[in-house]
Design a protein around this ligand. Structure first.
Ligand code: F6P
Length: 336
């Protein structure tokens, strides 16, 4: 069999480990031929692709980014496009011309949507979910998330000492798009005093009150972890808005930090390397079994798969009753 593999959407730690998992099992175990497509769906539009050979599969486990490159190309996008059938046509032609028996798409929510459209058009697609945001519906976890949480937690740890030295309020904004997974997990692991998620409403008076209460209990600094996706007026960045409002409400000197792309860069954690490897190998197994139109998923500790049609267009948000929130509330952490 001849398979094509691409990575699409924002990069994250663990992508190279999953490409390695797909390719090594395809080459060594199943005797398949694998072609690497450059820069996501763009590579299928401009024909940028080449066979992946054994020597390329070394040194990938701990390598950040994606050696195939990525892009946010959405070939099925209709809005503002003159001839919306053009790109899908080119892509389907390319897949046929190249003789791909299957296409592996590694990506987040946007990729699941595009892959589902390709599956509906008759392409044998398998997807592997990846994103630091952990917001892909149908899988308990995405690889990249654990690495991002560990980077964000380290950053929050470092803010404690400077916040304490200056008796300041420190606001840190973490990524996550419209979901609060990174804020919740890094906020709890890093001992945040106030954690704001897009999924939960917040009231600046509660936040100010929580900071003043802490002072009354002898705690003269506070750490506020804010998800980038919380609602803010005037198109302001989350950290900037919350820091300004805290100063206004409490009169405390407040500083903000936007962690940004550092969360997406560098080496994956051991957990992410293993999750990525398991998912990659399973994708190849699905191809060998001829089971297509599926997304590989982690569910209850097992690697399995779900129909793309069930996943496309959905987002996995943090449940307001998540046990980290419930336990955090009991411990006096303010969630807004
Ligand atoms: O999906 C990963 C992510 O890093 C989000 O957390 C963030 O909102 C977005 O990508 C940033 O997108 P871009 O790479 O296009 O700036």
């Amino acid at each position: 069999m001849k398979i094509g593999i691409l990575t699409s959407g924002g990069d994250c730690p663990g992508i190279n480990a999953t490409i390695r998992g797909v390719c090594k099992s395809a080459l060594y175990h199943y005797g398949m031929e694998v072609w690497g497509i450059q820069a996501g769906f763009l590579g299928l539009l401009n024909g940028e692709m080449a066979p992946i050979t054994d020597p390329q599969l070394s040194g990938l486990l701990n390598l950040g980014g994606t050696f195939l490159g990525t892009s946010r190309e959405k070939p099925f996008k209709k809005k503002g496009v003159q001839d919306p059938d053009k790109k899908p046509r080119i892509i389907l032609d390319t897949i046929e011309r190249c003789g791909f028996d299957a296409l592996v798409c590694i990506g987040g929510n946007g990729t699941q949507k595009t892959a589902n459209k390709l599956a509906q058009a008759g392409v044998n697609v398998i997807t592997i979910p990846k994103t630091i945001d952990n917001d892909v519906w149908g899988t308990d976890l995405t690889f990249g998330f654990d690495s991002a949480v560990s980077i964000a937690t380290d950053a929050i740890d470092r803010l404690h000492s400077t916040a304490s030295a200056h008796r300041r309020v420190m606001v840190i904004e973490v990524m996550g798009h419209k979901a609060g997974w990174i804020a919740l997990y890094s906020g709890m692991a890093g001992g945040g005093d106030i954690i704001l998620l897009p999924e939960l409403p917040y009231d600046m008076r509660n936040i100010g009150g929580a900071i003043i209460d802490r002072l009354k209990r002898g705690k003269n600094y506070s750490i506020v972890v804010v998800a980038e996706g919380i609602k803010c007026p005037d198109g302001k960045r989350a950290a900037q808005y919350i820091a300004e409002e805290i100063e206004y409400e409490t009169g405390f000197e407040t500083r903000e930090t936007v962690l940004g792309y550092i969360q997406r860069g560098g080496s994956p954690t051991a957990f992410d390397r293993n999750l990525a490897t398991r998912m990659g190998g399973y994708a190849t197994q699905l191809i060998a079994e001829g089971k297509f139109g599926e997304m590989v998923a982690l569910r209850g500790g097992d690697i399995t798969s779900l129909p793309l049609a069930e996943i496309a267009g959905k987002t996995k948000l943090v449940d307001e009753h998540h046990d980290l929130i419930e336990q955090g509330r009991r411990m006096g952490i303010c969630f807004g």
